[in-house]
Design a protein around this ligand. Structure first.
Ligand SMILES: [Zn+2]
Length: 212
């Protein structure tokens, strides 16, 4: 998703490792475009277009990763990038659809949180330089974040579409495999990567087989 929010620093140099995922931050629970690298055995989550001090790190030896539940919880923090809603495709949205929408918080931040579509108030589309511009208004209900349960009407520029595609990221798979094999001594059943590529990351879904 496009970078918007409090962590942005315009002067930060672009960092372009190969993969790109959306990641739910430990700090505020909001979703950010991120890239992953393994560094000294740690998983480093780098927020796209934000300075290094905001990076989040995961240590495979940390206690909260010492179970299949912990691994599943970390895996659920990642999903494929949620693209902005296309102006010409607003008519394809359906009530109940899961979206990721910019949320104006009480302290003045604009962060991405998930919401579901309640309804669409249609408006005639305009055009700018020959490109269609959606003027509809989208009524959404937040499902997470500081305004969970609230309804709000937003414009298309605030809306991204959550994808159901499974995460296939070699860095994440390698890290989760390492963690899983560490706490299970390799006896944990299916590997983390095989689970990651075989199912979506819906919370409450396949949580892996707990080692015995
Ligand atoms: Zn529209």
């Amino acid at each position: 998703m496009p970078p918007r929010g409090r962590k942005r620093k315009a002067s930060a140099p672009p960092r372009r490792p190969p993969a790109r995922l959306d990641y739910r931050s430990r700090t505020d629970g909001a979703w950010y475009a991120s890239r992953l690298v393994l560094q000294g055995g740690l998983l480093r989550v780098m927020f796209e277009d934000y300075i290094e001090e905001w990076d989040e790190w995961y240590n495979p030896d940390a206690g909260d990763l010492a179970s299949s539940q912990g691994v599943a919880a970390l895996r659920a923090r990642f999903r494929v990038t949620s693209p902005p809603l296309d102006d010409a495709r607003c008519g394809e949205l359906r009530p109940g659809q899961r979206l990721c929408v910019i949320c104006a918080t009480s302290d003045g931040q604009r962060l991405y949180y998930d919401a579901v579509l309640d309804s669409v108030k249609r408006a005639a589309h305009g055009a700018v330089d020959g490109e269609e511009r959606c003027a509809c208004r989208f009524r959404v209900e937040w499902t997470e974040g500081p305004r969970s349960g609230d309804l709000e009407e937003v414009g298309i520029v605030d809306v991204c579409c959550v994808q159901n595609a499974p995460v296939q990221d070699p860095v994440l798979s390698e890290f989760l495999d390492f963690v899983t094999n560490s706490f299970g001594n390799g006896k944990g059943g299916a590997t983390a990567s095989s689970q990651a590529t075989g199912a979506t990351l819906a919370p409450g879904g396949e949580g892996g087989t707990a080692p015995v």
